[in-house]
Structure formats: structure tokens, C-alpha cells
Design a protein around this ligand. Sequence first.
Ligand code: IVH
Length: 707
Amino acid sequence: MSQTSAPGQGASAATAASPVNVANAAEAAERAAALRAELMRLNRAYYEDDAPIVPDAEYDRLFGELVALETAFPDLQRPDSPTQRVGGKAVEGFAPVVHRVPMLSLNNGFSDEDIEAFDRRVADGLRAPGAAPTGDLFGDGAEPVEYAAELKFDGLAIALRYEHGVLVQAATRGDGTTGEDVTANIRTVKKIPLSLSTDHPPEVLEVRGEVLMFRADFDKLNRAQEAAGEKVFVNPRNAAAGSLRQLDSKITAKRPLSFFAYGVGELVGVPMPETHSALLDWYVDLGIPVNDRREVVRGAAGLLAFYKAVGETRESLPYDIDGVVYKVNRRDEQDRLGFVSRAPRFALAHKFPAQEALTTLLDIEVQVGRTGAITPVARLAPVFVGGATVTNATLHNEDEIRRKDVMIGDTVIVRRAGDVIPEVVGSVVERRPADARAFVMPTECPVCGSAIEKLPDEVIARCTGGLICAAQRKQALLHFAQRRALDVEGLGDKLVEQLVDQQIIRTPADLFKLGVAKLAALDRMADKSAANLVASLEKARHTTLARFIFALGIRHVGEATAKDLARHFGKLDNVMAANAEELLAVPDVGPIVAQSIANFFAEPHNVEVIEQLRAAGVTWPESEPAAVAPLPLAGKTFVLTGTLPTLSRDEAKAMLEEKGAKVAGSVSAKTDYLVAGAEAGSKLAKAEALGVPVLDEDAMRTMLAAL
Ligand code: IVH
């Protein structure tokens, strides 16, 4: 959430996106008053209570509508309209701080056209009559404008005042003119230096930037909050805001806050750097954290290229951003462009599509997973969010529904980020209709009628029907056939549904008994697709032990554990015969996993299915159990990123795993090596920041060959 589309957007991009939908001036006045009241209420909730009621996109929409109305009917403009302010005012408890240089807001752009229009406005502004020539000596517009492009962090703005190199005050933005003194809290943020690393500090330097919380830190904090029975935060931004506005700085000290600098307020005693990029470079020298995803680009084309490149890696960044920010790089040009109302003409926020939106929760149904896990699923009024229309979203489990205070009929906040399954993050309790209903977990499985059970220390309720339950059977078959398991091409949901519902198959072994004629008779199937499936089953018969173990769908045994088991035991019979203690000797297998494996093979039905699969001709090469000597890269963790010149990701992964390495998805302090190819993005940056050695494909091959 950023809710920063604030004041004086004037005829900016947001206006263009908000058509004026009123019949006459009287209706406009009425609507504007309603919008003002609602925006003020939302502002209070957001800035003063740290408890936003609606997602950012909804706020932006209402705000845009009011701006549009006030533009179309200038008589409606009021000095106290939320369009003329940045946000709430300082709350009791923190001393007010008057900003010597006001903390302004940014206008927003959304489309390519908005960005092109911004660039044109800037170029025209710099060429305006009487304007001194800049880089473009002849004023003919041939020179594209130079911009500093950076990330738009989704946190909250802060001003850090250093006097003679020492941090003396930290203030929130507040309403842009007066903020709150949060110095005691800011001092607890380890990323923020208490003194500047220079022998010649400026008399005064007011660093402006964003306080934020990394996603992993946020998850950890929420888990701790939950365990302690404290309130959980909706998103990292709220967690950061809530943490910063703690009256007790000892609490803030325990909160994992971060900071990136992106601007300057007052500067006394040294000349202002000539460009924005030079300012940030100087900050780096002073030991002030600056995000390194920043670039100097030219013209609208340069801006759009930056936006696109950042957009592609947005999901893999360890923190939330809600867009990118463009600033005219040269300070003299910035000064000439100046401000309109409360936002600079020389800068623009280019927002990403909102990842959160509001919709109505029509119903809650439950879905049965492969291991019987019952997942409540929200049926939603269709809503466009994160670039797609969403009608279903997960509610995870019953506890989550209670924790998020979600009832059927509620207006809910839906979040869809990247490839992640859409989820309901919370409800707008204030909009709850009188006939809202609470969700009741069914006591019987809606698919097979078996009892639903929840063990005392588990959060997940499960259908106890096991493979009697058609839902579990279907999921087990899909799991068995998936690409990373036996890789049976052409066995999709719809087909599995028919095969199970018509009782044509019960277990994965039955798959191998399917003939072309029987398959071709099914819905959506023809001779060709049936023949292809049979051929693909034929191919799937020849597999590897690791894939076979993974395909069995043993609880807690994912692909990596299946590989470990295959390597350690060499033969399936050895795995089946192993007791929990022997299983514990496998790297990365702990007591819960060991017990789950032992239980699986103790179940006669499972052994029977395995025998049937073997009888159906499913085979794999077996080997001797792994020698006691560990593999040369055992215990080493690699991460792959970018495009390698000759190897696919899977090939590189297989080569590393063969030598005992573990291949992880993200870079952390535990990463031993990063293997990076072309267009490596944030993982490379993170590895460099953490000092993780980086190899290219050649270096990786050389290393492996030497082992
Ligand atoms: S510059 C005069 N740069 O967005 C412009 N702001 O709507 C001052 N923000 O209050 C802001 N990342 O909280 C700027 N790289 C960035 C930013 C950024 C996030 C936030 C900041 C500000 C709001 C502006």
C-alpha cells in the first residue's frame, strides 16, 4: 500500500483514468462531498490508526474520481479537500516536527501514454520561453531528457536529520508539512547509521527515504505475533508503519525494519550535488543505504525500458514495490520545472497494476487435497487484480478465516501477486452486511462423506477417507502423473475426473491397463489423443527411482527428499524395508518425515499398489546404496539464476545434485555459490551483497570436473 497519489494531481494521469459520471452540478457537489468524507475517513484509518480499511487501488480510484470532479467543476474545490493534503496529522504521543523543506508527494502514471506525456511535459517545460538552455543548446528538443529511475518502495517516508554527521532527528511525513518525531524508534533500526562515515560531514543533511520491511522479515514477524496471540499485520507496509509508530521504542527495536534513501531535504554547508544520481552515490559513500537497482536513462523510451525490466523481476525482489519512480536527473533542471500544487513536475511514480482489490465474498466452499487436507476456498464476485480476473481465492484454513475475520457476504481484500495462488487477505468489517454468515467447517467430507478430523496440534482439517475419497484419488493420480513425477503427458484434470468418477481407475496402477478404445470413448477424447496418452504411459514406465518415490505421494516427501532417498538406499526394497531410525540417516530427513515414510510403507494397500505398478512394467535402474563417504558437494547449497550459455536450468541442477549439492531457489546467507547466466537479476545482486561467490557455467563445469 502506498496511498500516496495524494494532493494536487491536477490533470495528471489518474484524472484521465477517472471519467466524471454525474448528470449535473448538483449531483457533482453531492458526490464530491461524499467522496471527501470517505477519503478523510480512509486517511484517518491509514495514517493515524495504521489500520487501512481498503486496498490502495480502491483509495486511488476514489481519489481519482474526486480529482476528476474537482477538475470538471472547479467551484467544488475546497482547501480542506483530501486532494489538497497528503494524509493524516500527527497523533498524540509523538512530538510534531515541522519540515523545513516540505515532504511532498508524487503524481502517478499508469500507462505508456502517461509516461510519454510526462516526458513531453518535462521536455516542453525545460524548453519553455525564457528557460535557460540546458543540454539541448539550441532548444530544438533533439536531446532526450536525462532521468534517474529507481524503485518505488512500498513503505513509509521518513526524514533523517544529521547535524555535523550525527543523527539528531527522524520524522515521519505526516501531512507533508508537519510530521511526527520518531527519533527514538528510528535509532533502533540497525540499517540506519547513527553517524555518517566521513571526516567532513555537512553542517546539516536531511536524508529522505523509505522505511520498509522485507517480506521474509514480515512473515517471521507475523508468525511470532500469531504465536504470542498479538495482532497480525495485513502486509509488510502496515507492519513497518505499525512498528515505527510504537510509543515504546523497545518494541520497535525488535521489529526488523529496513531503509532505503531516495532524496534530500535540507542541506547546509556543502553544495548540493548536481544530479540526483550523484546525490545517491554520495549517500553510498556516507554509509547511507541506497538501493542499487537504479539507473540513469534518457527519454520516455529509457523510462519504459526500466519499468519493464523492473516489472519482470518484481516478484523476486525480497521486498514489496508498487512501481518505479522517475526523476529528472539534473538538479538545475528540477529547480526550473518546480512544483505544481504539492507534487514536483520533475518526477513521476509509474505504478504497477494493483495486486490487491476489493470484491464480494459470495460463498466459502471446501476443497479436498491429495492428502485429504481440507482447504476453504472463497467464491468471489469476479474482480480484476494482479493482471487477471479472479473468481476463486484460497482462505488456507479455518484458523485463518477466524484470524482474518472473514464472513460470507463480506467485502474482502483479494491479493494476487505473480504466480502465487490468489488469497483473501482480510475483510472490510465496516462494510459487513447484516446478513453476513460465519463459515462452518463441515464435519463430513463433501466428496466421500467420511468424517473430517482435525488433530489437536494441527491447523489443517483432513478428510479421513484416504483413497476411498474420490477427491483424494484424483489428486493422487494427478500427482503421480505430473511432469516431475512419472511425467505422463496428456493426463489432465478433466480426464482424471472422468476416469475416477466412472470408476475406470482406482489406483495409479490402473492407468497402465487403459486401452485406446476405452479412452477414446471418453468426453473430449478422440482416437489420436487416446493413442498419445497410451504412448506416453508406455514411455512413463521407464523412470528413475527418485521420480517413482516422489510419484507415490508420501506425505512430506517432495522431490528433493525423494532424490535423497533414492541416492541413499539405491533400491526401492531398501527404502520400503527401512525403519524410522535408518531413514533418519538420510540427509535432510527428520523425525516427522521418517515417520511418515515408515507409515506409508507399513500400509498394506500402498505396498499392493507398488506391486501392481511393478507388475504393470514400471521399472527404473537400481543401484547399490550410496557409499558411506559423502558426495563431494554434500552440504553445499547452490542457486541458479539467469540463462546459462549451453545448459538448461534442469541440466545444471542435475549436474550439481549428482555431486551431492543442494540446489535452492533463493539466495540467502546459507548459499555457498550462485551460478549466474545472462540476464541474472536480483539474485545476482543479492549474492554480491552477501559476498556469495558467483560462478558462470564454465567455472561451474571446471569445479565439477575437479571433484
Ligand atoms: S520521491 C517529491 N522516491 O512514494 C517526491 N518517493 O508519492 C518525494 N516512495 O512519500 C518522493 N519510493 O513514501 C520518492 N524512490 C522513491 C520512492 C518514493 C517510495 C514513496 C514515498 C513518498 C511517496 C510519494
